[in-house]
Design a protein around this ligand. Structure first.
Ligand code: ADP
Ligand code: MG
Length: 343
């Protein structure tokens, strides 16, 4: 494969080379790349702003993550945070620290992923920063989005008797990661071994190419539902429920048999002797939405696809519990997937 050294382009040439194919789509983007700052016009809308830092070796492992997927995921996880506020992502900036190990072709792959994410979700790339680094690859993406003043949804709005809902299924991204880690170990022991990913495409895709739930935010708005509280599930259901309940000063009851689990994820868990419910509670990176809605919205919420009602909000004194299949009550703990806990 061709390898072009980054030094061949110089900083300005490199930025131009990587970003010239990106198109500006939003009226709110008055000026994108090319000046000292981007210029945006949000008129009467509220601005949502979120940022994410990804470090090689801490947040991603390039032995099994292709750079195109990494670019896609780095952008999508930011979009997910904007959707979690019931808003819509509009612009991103991309900042990179790049060591000598990386070629222009590598960065082209990374930007191909970012471009695909921007196209898929209708987001403009409006700037960034680029620097040489001594230690691998660092990516920081900042995302701006818009929300309507009275429709922005915070973590602190859950009320007693609200229904607790989640989109999609949980634990799949974590099982995808377990599969990749297993095959990495097999490969380290024998580099002739072909990875065994048979029939596991769904959980791999959930780990390597997650999607943000734009569809759910659009569907809720179409049905006239504004959740009382919402966040995206990046650290496991348990940890996110604790955030919503503590910020809203309420408790909750969640039912084990209502937690949405994908079949492939369950099969993988069984193969690895793991508990899939534990993976759903404590695994990370599903990027589904968890939200609460008022009981009056029960009939409406049933008409939205890909949403499960998994429990309800209680008084704070009643605590946070998972109700098991035999009716046993297990206190929810925050042992969410967290890269800070690994060292
Ligand atoms: P400055 O010296 O003011 O930091 P730069 O030379 O770093 O400006 O950037 C020039 C332009 O290119 C700016 O519009 C900046 O936002 C954009 N830019 C820089 N790095 C990146 C990147 N990695 N991705 C996208 N845009 C970038
Ligand atoms: Mg700069």
């Amino acid at each position: 494969m061709q390898r072009t050294e980054i030094s061949k382009y110089g900083e300005f040439g490199l930025i131009k080379h990587l970003t010239e194919r990106f198109k500006i789509n939003h009226a709110s983007t008055l000026k994108g790349i090319g000046d000292d700052a981007a210029v945006l016009n949000y008129a009467e809308k509220k601005i949502l702003l979120t940022t994410d830092l990804l470090l090689e070796g801490v947040h991603f492992d390039l032995t099994y993550v292709p750079l195109k997927h990494l670019g896609y995921k780095a952008a999508v996880v930011n979009f997910s945070d904007i959707y979690a506020m019931n808003g819509h992502p509009k612009q991103i900036t991309v900042s990179l620290g790049i060591s000598k190990r990386f070629s222009v072709e590598d960065l082209e792959e990374l930007y191909a992923g970012i471009e695909l994410a921007c196209k898929t979700y209708g987001v403009d790339l409006v700037g960034g920063d680029t620097s040489a680094s001594f230690t691998g690859l660092t990516i920081s993406i900042t995302c701006l989005g818009e929300g309507e003043t009275d429709k922005i949804v915070y973590r602190n709005g859950a009320k007693i008797n609200d229904l607790v809902c989640v989109s999609g299924d949980l634990g799949s991204a974590y099982m995808g990661l377990q599969l990749l880690e297993r095959e990495k170990i097999v490969f380290a022991a024998n580099d002739q071994a072909a990875p065994d990913f048979n029939g596991m495409d769904y959980i791999l895709q959930r780990q390597l190419k997650p999607e943000a739930r734009q569809d759910i935010v659009l569907a809720l708005s179409e049905k006239g539902i504004v959740p009382t509280a919402m966040m995206d599930i990046s650290d496991g259901l348990s940890s996110e429920l604790i955030h919503i309940c503590s910020q809203s000063k309420v408790g909750c009851r969640i039912f084990e048999d209502k937690i949405p689990i994908n079949y492939q994820a369950a099969v993988m868990a069984e193969e690895l002797n793991m508990n899939i419910v534990t993976a759903a509670l404590n695994g990370g990176e599903d990027y589904e939405l968890i939200f609460t809605v008022a009981l009056e919205d029960y009939e409406k919420i049933l008409t939205v696809d890909n949403i499960g009602i998994i429990g309800h909000i209680t008084k704070s004194e009643h605590g946070l519990f998972l109700v098991g299949r035999q009716g046993e009550e297990i206190a929810l703990k925050a042992q969410g997937w967290n890269s800070l806990n690994e060292s």
